[in-house]
Ligand binder design. Sequence first.
Ligand SMILES: *Cc1c(COP(=O)(O)O)cnc(C)c1O
Length: 403
Amino acid sequence: MGEKTEKLMAAADEHLIRVYNRFPVAFSGGKGMYLTDVEGKQYLDFASGIGVNAFGANDEEFTKAIRDQVGKVLHTSNLYYHGPLAEAAQRLSEVSGLDKVFFTNSGAEAIEGALKTAKRYYYNRMGKNDAEVIAMKHSFHGRTVGSLSVTGTDEYRAPFYPLMSGVAFADFNDLSSVEEAVTDRTCAIIFEPLQGEGGIHPATKEFMEGVRKLCDEKGILLIFDEIQCGLGRTGSFYTFQQYGVRPDILTTAKALGGGLPVGAFVVTNDVAENSLKPGDHGSTYGGNPLCTRAVAESLKLLKERNLPGHVKELAPCFEASLEKLTQKFSFVKEHRGMGYMQGLELAPSVKAIDVVKKALSKGLILLTAEGNVVRMLPPLIAEKEDFDRMEEILAEVMGDFAE
Ligand SMILES: *Cc1c(COP(=O)(O)O)cnc(C)c1O
């Protein structure tokens, strides 16, 4: 570790609450697929800041739009209108195929809003306030109390009980377990069409269609959390579009602001008209001019550059590299995923976190996920040469674990 890094780490650790296990690297810049640390070392980015930096580092057009907005107006509050808000909402409803948008400051807040919307819809319809929600085991929806209440990992939840009541957990991709969890108080079913933190598990078509049908029959709202898997990452603007199954409420964040902190929940007209009323929800920052300018610009660039199409076209290259690594190393159990959201599941003999640490020291940025999975979320601009380079570095790294 270099001297600059060491100094920076010591200064930060002195005054920060230790909730993150940070790697001993400090980034200071980058371009495209590569990041640079304070020592001047280069890294190939297969994490995108956890699926955020869709355009890679320092995209010229994107940063130009942000700089332009910084010179105009940063914040107004939601007591007034502004241009970027209208454009961002219009573009988001267009790419999602849903109707009405509420902007938040994070993914967890989008989940909070989605849950409140579903409860409000139920309250409106039933005149009762005993609504229940069904979520999935191994799901991840965020760290606030509401979003943690629907996150299916005990380890994250247990220290913070009691959480929001009325949540039942079903098995992902098991329709009968969802059916068994339904009661006449169920107001919503929430899941990720492609589970991220839980270990890169795509929903089956039967599950997506089955849950939709169940929701229609019982008058339950279907919430898709596409905070990680949305916005082109799997080869379409939203993953649900590849299944032909539409949610009533969609949550989106991460790549939405291209690096600025912003999320949203998007709903159908039916939900919008029969749930939240003026005074029911709000946020001081939510949808501010700087962040919504970032949303408008991100959605514009994703569309203009057809990045969902690019991901779809290049994903087989990515998968071919992962297949080669799976063949080559016996401790790699399998690779799975969609588009540019992929995981390598390792046998217990090799820890995914150790592979990630070693890869980082060799200039490749990776992530982990639950279940001993090495997770990869490269920027959507990744080309074949980037997959080749990733494969080369990872083959070298994994070779060290193969003895
Ligand atoms: C990251 C993530 C969240 C939480 O988003 P934050 O911006 O960290 O609050 C929720 N759901 C999914 C699927 C995520 O990947």
